[in-house]
Ligand binder design. Structure first.
Ligand code: PMP
Length: 439
């Protein structure tokens, strides 16, 4: 395998099986899973409903291609279109989030006849040549060559933003002014689209105050620029308060009375609970604007869409969005208390079951210097205590907590105890190194 594919831990883990919110490694050790294979195990590991749908479909036919009608794909497209809130929506299924980004950018460029794109600093939208072109994170940008020309604006990463000390409304106003300024000073005017993650995933679960993207929308509308919401991580209720991440930014959206909706949305990860499915949902005039044929041989296959339908049913029937809000809200409160006591915790943020903990070197001011070494130490410490968490952020110093949305309160307590102990342990070691008392 290539050198650029990283595995977690000094002694990498082979995950052999899972059940509910737990996984077991090849040696039979059990871990509570707070990362869900990068936010992909959305409902639960080995969910019987999904396993049944997949095996039943596998016993009938695995693959036919989009040349023929695929019943579960049509049903799933109808469900996604309805859930999106986009009027007269069309859905195209891909096999990954990256491919969804690619298609969304292609559609926007064709529709607007412009390859100019606006994106947030600290963004991540995938690994392909095109997706790298809208990546605002040096660690994931292997090349500057790109079919799109991208301009990056402020807003997504408040903790290290020059506007960080402003209250919410002034922070939003400053970011809106920056957006206007970038459009006027850097672009040729005819920008195709603005793409944004409502909560930045790879970027370290950073997020702007609610309302920022809605305020951006007013500027975009004035210039005819399309809004692409990347919901690959934030979709399907993960953020608790809303079903889609963008809905936190538009008044009335959470109650289904949005003043405005994105023109396109991308999704992947959680929908398939591990099956390889992604896609784009967009207004019909945009989706239909492609001036040539296009297919995905594997996209929307019978087996992935049958599994995704069962997964979506389970999510909605059990109102896992409400569970994410409740259990995630409790966890957020605990993490904030930990931050108040622990100087290596610089920032705690997020929504629902998408929570970030940014570690800093103690005594280095506010915002503190990023401490990837402490994040690594605490990641290992959590593993020793039977907890898997994710890591990310521009500086590799942010814990990403994103368990399956069915996480119970007692599992949240168990995971928090392990994480807090690992962070305290790393904090004590850091305190000894700087010669102070870090506890
Ligand atoms: N968009 C976002 C917000 C993501 O987090 C990711 C994956 N981390 C992608 C797109 C790309 O998805 P995939 O890895 O399935 O290609």
């Amino acid at each position: 395998m290539p050198d650029w594919v990283a595995v977690y831990y000094d002694e990498p883990i082979e995950i052999d099986r899972g059940e509910g919110r737990y996984v077991w490694d090849g040696e039979g050790r059990r871990y509570l899973d707070f990362f869900g294979g990068i936010l992909t195990t959305m409902t639960a590991h080995a969910l019987p409903e999904v396993a049944k749908a997949v095996s039943e479909q596998a016993g009938k036919v695995l693959h036919t291609s989009t040349l023929y009608l695929v019943r579960p794909a049509v049903e799933l497209a109808e469900r996604v279109a309805e859930l999106s809130g986009i009027p007269d929506a069309r859905v195209f299924f891909t096999t990954s989030g990256t491919e969804a980004t690619d298609l969304a950018l292609l559609l926007a460029c064709c529709y607007r006849r412009s390859n100019q794109i606006l994106a947030l600093r600290n963004s991540y939208h995938g690994r392909s040549f095109t997706a790298i072109g809208v990546t605002g994170n040096r660690n994931w940008s292997a090349t500057s060559l790109s079919p799109v020309q991208t301009f990056y604006v402020h807003g997504g990463y408040r903790y290290r933003s020059p506007f960080r000390d402003l209250p919410d409304d002034e922070y939003i106003a400053a970011c809106v002014a920056d957006l206007e300024d970038v459009i006027l000073t850097q672009t040729a005017g005819d920008v195709g689209a603005f793409i944004a993650e409502p909560v930045q995933g790879v970027g370290g679960f950073t997020m702007p105050p609610d309302g920022l993207l809605g305020a951006f929308r007013e500027v975009l509308d004035r210039h005819g620029i399309l809004w692409i919401s990347d919901e690959v991580q934030t979709g399907w209720g993960r953020t608790g308060d809303t079903f889609w991440g963008w809905q936190a930014h538009v008044p009335g959206a959470a109650e289904g009375r949005a003043e405005t909706v994105p023109d396109l949305m991308t999704f992947a990860k959680g929908l398939g609970n591990g099956l390889s499915i992604g896609g784009v949902v967009a207004r019909a005039d945009i989706m239909n604007s492609l001036p040539a044929n296009s297919i995905s041989t594997f996209g929307g296959s019978p087996v992935t869409t049958a599994g995704a339908l069962a997964n979506l049913d389970y999510l909605l029937d059990h109102d896992l969005q409400a569970n994410a809000r409740e259990v995630g809200g409790w966890l957020l409160g605990q993490l904030r208390e930990l931050a108040a006591e622990q100087p290596i915790v610089g920032d705690v943020r997020g929504k629902g079951l998408m929570l970030g903990v940014e570690l800093v070197r103690p005594g280095t001011g506010d915002p503190g210097e990023p401490a990837p070494e402490l994040a690594n130490a605490a990641l290992e410490g959590a593993r020793r205590r039977g907890l898997l968490v994710g890591k990310g952020g521009l500086h590799g110093n942010v814990f990403r907590i994103a368990p399956p949305l069915s996480l119970t309160r007692s599992e949240a307590e168990e995971g928090f105890a392990a994480l807090a102990a690992a962070i305290r342990e790393a904090g004590e070691a850091a305190g000894h190194e700087v010669g102070g008392d870090a506890s």
